[in-house]
Structure formats: C-alpha cells, structure tokens
Ligand binder design. Sequence first.
Ligand SMILES: [Zn+2]
Length: 358
Amino acid sequence: MSVLVFAMAAGLWFLGKRMGTPPQARFLMLALLYVAVLFVTVALPEGNPIREGLGGPGQWIILGVGVALVVAYRRVWSRVRDRARAVEAERAQVESPQEGPFSEGELNRYARHIALREIGGPGQRRLKEAKVLVVGAGGLGSPALLYLGAAGVGTIGVIDDDVVSASNLQRQVIHPTDRKGEPKVHSAAETLGALNPHVEVRTYNRRLEPDMAAALVEDYDLVLDGCDDWATREAVNRACVATGVPLVSGAITQWEGQVTLYDPARGAPCLTCLFPKAPAPGMAPTCAEAGVVGALPGVIGSVMALEAIKEVAGAGRGLRGRLMLWDGLDAEVRTVGVARRADCPVCGAVAGGGGAAA
Ligand SMILES: [Zn+2]
C-alpha cells in the first residue's frame, strides 16, 4: 500500500512536470497527498486494512519531519549563499571599477571624501584627473597646496621665483625651518611628495610673466592665485580670461582676507571688473610692510583649496559672482554679490553672460 502512495506521488510529480506545472504547485500536490495519507492513518481505527496497509501514522510522521528538515536546511543554505554573493558584489562595486583607477591605498586615503555624497567615487576620480596651477608658494599657497595635495588633486603646478626666508616661517606652513634659502617651489614639492606620493607636482621656479602666462595656464583646468604682487595678479587674470580657465583668487592684509572665483566665460566677473586700476602706491601695503597674522592665510588659503575641490568635484555652490570677505579681528564673514562689467577692458569682449550676470 505504501508503495502505491509513492507511485502516486511520483506519477503526480512527473505528470505535473510534463504539463508544465510550476514546481511550487507540484510540491503543493505532494503535500496534499501527504496530508491525506496522514489523515487516513490517524482517522481510521487500528486494525483497518487500509491503515494496516499504510503502516500506521508513526512512520509517515517521521517521513514528513525528515522532508521538512531537508527543505528548511536547503532554504537557509541558499539564503546564506545569496547573502554572501550580494556582499561580494557590493564589495566589488566599491573597489572596482566604479571608483576607477584607485589603488587599495588610495581608497583608504580618500575614504572620507568617497563617503561624502557631494564628492563620492566620481568626485574623487575628477580630483585625480584634475590639473590645478597654484601661483605663489607663500602664505596663501602653503595651505592651498597642502590641502589640494592631501585631497588627491592628480597634477599640481606651482610657480614662484622666491626662496624661503626666516620671516616666511610664521605663516608659510609648507616650508620647514631647514629649507631656508631653498627655492619655495622645490620646498613645496618636497613637502607635497611626503604628504601624498600619488600626486604629481610640477614646479616652475620663476616669476609668472605676461608673455608666458597664457601658455602655462592653458595646461591647467583651474588656477589658484595667492600671490602678493599686483602685476602678477593682472597677468594671471588676463591669461585665465584668454584661455577660459576659472581663477580662484585670494588676498590678505593684516587681519582681513577675501576670496572669489573669477570666471567671465561662465558669467562671473574677472579681476579687472572688480578692480579696474592697480591700487595707488601705499593703499595696498604688502605683508612685509603692514604685517599679517599667521593664521589668516591659513583660513583664506584653505577656503581657496575648498572652493577648488568643490569646483573640480562639481559639489555645492561656489564663489562665482560672489566675494567672501573675512574680518579676522572682528571674527566676521560676509559674502557680497559681484557682477561683470560690460566695459571691462580685459573680459568685456568675452562671451558668457555680459555685464548683466551677477
Ligand atoms: Zn572683467
């Protein structure tokens, strides 16, 4: 009789299979058959020939429990395996090729950037592919270079014709004491190399002159200007306007600093729109003449680096058309709107929004 039940079960299974019944439905039919057999063995009185033929409820219960255990084990096992596969796929997605050309060491180094929604893997990749030129390796250039290097900007150019002197050390934190007398660009490159070996540093140990500025700037995606010389600032501005390269510009004196992003090609003003004439002699004293508090270039240079990182990674709202004014003595920060001038002698003829842009 038991043999008959198993034959029925096999018949149901293979007939269902031939008819294209889904496995779940066939399992359900077998389960119904099992319940029916169990019901018959329990419900019929002892001595009944059908009950005797089926062998009593005991062995059927053991069979049922056994099958249930096997099914449960397979379910749990396949769930564990699916979970493991999902974790493996997730890890593969994080490590490659989504994050691009990063080594294990770089992924660890930039983990806090990659965790930021606004930067993430794609933003970090843009930083690695970016070329940023820093004009001046002094007070503003020092923190700007350090943070750009640490952030993983792939190619950093630095141009300066000065050497490290004792009076620089109070604020130009990229240069240690034992580099006095060395060219600033070489000292900066050495510090950056120790800070982040994944960054390529290009040094130009010379003054940025108007006749070579555009050819130099052309090689870069973004320029940061923190020099303290008006003629150089004007040359950098003209070169950036001519090549359409955005310019993060910072300036400091004594306790006050300012930062903006000049970019007439995209509607923002250029340096000459805001400051049409060179300051009168004595009106803009240099740090050497007027003094400067050491942490101030740290603040303004870091803001320049931050704006550069945002610009490259495409994060947040930059300082295009806005000028940030920092008063260190009063601990106050203000941001004012600035606009292009249609009659600007430098960018007036450049497309990108004209004088109406703010
Ligand atoms: Zn202009």
